[in-house]
Design a protein. Structure first.
Length: 383
């Protein structure tokens, strides 16, 4: 029978270590594998294998090249297979800046299913640091936490992906306990923020039982569908003391210039925003929108289903067809504006008015428009 594997991710090392320690204590016969990547820019990775009592292995690994994901994948999979015969649970303790999706998808391979089954993706968080870090606009390299030479990712971007991809979020007890300055107010604030960022993901508070880990294997295609913008399970309108989430949905195309001019305001007012949108001059392309801590990403994710011949729909993943059916209208098919913005003290009426002003007016021509997004979408770059 296959051995359950759980990924534990998180930018906050002490919190992540606390979750791994607890898993090792609560699951006798389990092993944790960790790749220390602090030296990867110099071509050096340290692999640590331990159980609840001792470090069993401390080895230097020299990856073939400086890609963080490849370094972990190329060494991790053989190590998991090596230890599967004698471990009741395998815990993958991911380095701070590693995003769990790439590792999860490496493990969800047909040739591994008889030996290993991924059963959970946990993200460990520091209750005091999370509400601040999700607002930080620095690149990982600027704070000494890059995962490879040339790593251009932003700290808040990585944290957002760790939170949104997880099957459960954990706010652990970290020794010394209680942490100086971290109390019920900090926990409440962090839980409040997580409720906006990942409202459907369970949150484990200090002292609460961890999620069950011995179940069926996760399907990484389903995990991806939860976060990829064409199929993402986006948050609903919400107002709490910590933040507001504002949802904007419309069934008219956006004027490219007016919307481009509104981008800076939308990015700076919100901490996190996501969604899909429809430009008047690109009626066949489903465009994805993401911002985190002021960093904007716009991507072309492929065609709207309404622009495809019906015979091609069988080639589209089921999750994509379901998402399209929920947005479908006789006039526009699945073309829709669906943007969700989260941040403190957002003015819903002002945001709606700003975005409504970007829509193409009735009778306004949709051809011959300038396209300020061309430099981004045509080469796949981000602002």
């Amino acid at each position: 029978m296959s051995v359950p594997v759980v990924l534990v991710s998180g930018l906050h090392g002490p919190s992540r270590a606390a979750v791994v320690d607890r898993l090792l204590r609560e699951h006798p016969g389990s092993l944790a594998i960790h790749h220390d990547l602090r030296g990867i820019t110099s071509g050096l990775v340290v692999r640590i294998v331990r159980d609840a009592a001792v470090v069993l292995e401390h080895a230097v690994v020299r990856p073939a090249h400086g890609c963080m994901t490849c370094a972990v994948r190329d060494d991790l999979v053989p190590q998991l297979r090596r230890h599967a015969a004698r471990a009741r649970l395998l815990i993958v303790d991911l380095w701070d800046c590693v995003e769990p999706r790439s590792v999860a998808e490496c493990l969800d391979q047909a040739e591994l299913h008889k030996e290993l089954r991924l059963t959970a993706v946990l993200t460990a968080l520091d209750a005091e640091l999370t509400p601040t870090d999700i607002c930080r606009g620095e690149r990982l390299a600027e704070v000494g936490r890059s995962g490879a030479v040339g790593d251009e990712r932003h700290l808040a971007e990585v944290l957002a992906r760790q939170i949104e991809y997880a099957t459960a979020l954990v706010l652990p007890e970290v020794l010394p306990d209680p942490l100086p300055g971290v109390g019920d107010d900090e926990l409440d604030l962090c839980r409040d923020v997580l409720g906006h960022l990942a409202p459907q993901t369970p949150v484990t508070l200090p002292g609460e039982p961890l999620p069950a880990l011995a179940g069926a294997a996760l399907c990484t295609r389903e995990l991806a569908a939860r976060v990829d913008q064409p199929t993402a399970q986006l948050p609903c309108d919400a107002h709490t003391p910590a933040a507001d989430t504002v949802v904007w949905r419309r069934a008219r195309p956006l004027h490219p210039t007016r919307f481009f001019d509104a981008v800076d305001s939308l990015a700076t007012e919100s901490v996190r925003s996501r969604g899909r949108f429809w430009l008047a001059n690109r009626p066949d392309r489903l465009l994805a929108w993401e911002t985190v801590a002021g960093v904007v990403t716009v991507q072309d994710t492929g065609p709207w289903l309404a622009s495809l011949p019906e015979a091609a729909w069988d080639l589209v993943p089921p999750a994509r067809r379901v998402a399209a059916s929920l947005d479908w209208s006789p006039d526009h098919g699945d073309r829709v504006q669906h943007l969700v913005l989260t941040g403190p003290d957002l003015d819903r009426d002002r945001i709606h008015a700003l975005l409504d002003s970007c829509l193409l007016a009735p009778g306004e021509p949709a051809i011959g428009l300038d396209d300020p997004f061309a430099g981004l979408l045509d080469v796949g770059e981000a602002t």
